[in-house]
Write a protein that binds this ligand. Structure first.
Ligand SMILES: NC(=O)C1=CN([C@@H]2O[C@H](COP(=O)(O)OP(=O)(O)OC[C@H]3O[C@@H](n4cnc5c(N)ncnc54)[C@H](OP(=O)(O)O)[C@@H]3O)[C@@H](O)[C@H]2O)C=CC1
Ligand SMILES: CC(=O)N[C@@H](CCC(=O)OP(=O)(O)O)C(=O)O
Length: 309
């Protein structure tokens, strides 16, 4: 049987990227809604119920509506929106975050694709808290920069209209209440809400997430080499090979910390920097907001779910 895949929202930023990634695939059939019917609930219901896997690339409310339109027991869902990421009954679609997660995704009926920002932070915090090297109550701050495609069609049109006149660096999330905080806290297994302060740059695609850590108040301060080894051990044991740990380096600067370096791939590279004498560390994840941050992760999750069909 050839699995039928329906991308609800296939004409948006994430949907188009998924379509492009699936274009050459012969093992699946992408069923496609006519563009003029893409917001017609009755037509969407027909496609949603005909699909083996529906991938929702929609605003949150429309994603909730799509789920409510599914009347059968067979359509499995990957939701790229924020709507279901901490909802009961949904599996978080970050396959590498622990050893059991890819099996959970493989067998899930409902998978919530992660937000782009939390993935970089969870990639560090979950294994390091799990290994007991960082405490769950560590006061975490997150900063970073994303290409403007992270803001979807509206932000893309805005930046492309302004061109070189668009701001080269625009901090946002200034109410300190970014929509990704619940999933970040939940899946990193943090006791408190992190302080997250992202930025958009005047480039289309790619991102980096940075966690500067002050560790001097801990009873035992983990040296940078221990943080690095724990991450290398964790990701070395994960089959997908998507998340890589860069060699521990003591350098002033490196061209590898480039938000665009992994564009059009699913790769995420984790960098650990440390000043042990000061009990400080800096963790930096580099990845593509449209790759591992969105569409690439959705296709990775779809492939896992196809194995479970
Ligand atoms: N861009 C990114 O890097 C990431 C995005 N996401 C998430 O993926 C989802 C899609 O985002 P993105 O692709 O960027 O957004 P876009 O705005 O680029 O695309 C959204 C698509 O959904 C369509 N749409 C809007 N309302 C409805 C509706 N009621 N019924 C059917 N279709 C509708 C839009 O049509 P129209 O344009 O005509 O309104 C558009 O084609 C969002 O939830 C976003 O949070 C997740 C991770 C990263
Ligand atoms: C640059 C930019 O605006 N990025 C988006 C997040 C992109 C993403 O991860 O998408 P979700 O909307 O699915 O969570 C933001 O910070 O809101």
């Amino acid at each position: 049987m050839t699995a039928k895949i329906f991308i609800d929202g296939e004409h948006g930023t994430t949907g188009l990227q998924i379509r492009a990634r699936l274009a050459e695939r012969r093992d699946i059939e992408v069923i496609s809604i006519p563009a003029e019917k893409r917001k017609d609930p009755a037509a969407r219901a027909e496609f949603l119920n005909a699909a083996d896997i529906a991938i929702l690339c929609l605003p949150d409310d429309a994603a909730r509506e799509s789920v409510s339109l599914i009347e059968n027991d067979t359509t499995r869902v990957i939701d790229a929106s924020t709507a279901h990421r901490v909802a009961e009954g949904w599996v978080y679609g970050f396959a590498e975050m622990d050893k059991a997660q890819s099996a959970a995704i493989r067998n899930a009926k409902r998978v919530a694709n992660p937000g782009c920002w939390p993935q970089g932070s969870i990639a560090f915090l979950r294994p390091l808290i799990g290994a007991g090297l960082l405490p769950a109550d560590l006061p975490v701050t997150v900063n970073g920069i994303s290409g403007y495609s992270g803001g979807g069609r509206t932000m893309i049109e805005d930046y492309e209209a302004k061109g070189v006149d668009a701001p080269s660096f625009m901090p946002y999330g200034l109410t300190l209440n970014h929509k990704h905080l619940p999933e970040l806290q939940t899946y990193a297994k943090l006791a408190g809400v992190p302080l997250m302060q992202p930025a958009v740059g005047n480039f289309a695609q790619g991102m980096l997430t940075a966690l500067p850590l002050q560790l001097g108040h801990l009873d035992r301060v983990p040296p940078g080499a221990e943080l690095h080894t724990a991450l290398a051990d964790h990701y070395g044991a994960i089959e997908s090979g998507v998340v890589k740990v860069a060699p521990l380096a003591s350098i002033e600067r490196t061209a590898d910390i480039d938000p665009e370096i992994h564009n059009d791939t699913n790769t995420m590279t984790l960098h650990v920097f440390a000043n042990d004498a000061r009990a400080q560390a800096l963790l930096v994840a580099v990845y593509d907001n449209l790759g591992k941050g969105a569409s690439g992760a959705a296709v990775q999750n779809m492939d896992l779910m196809l194995e479970g069909l």
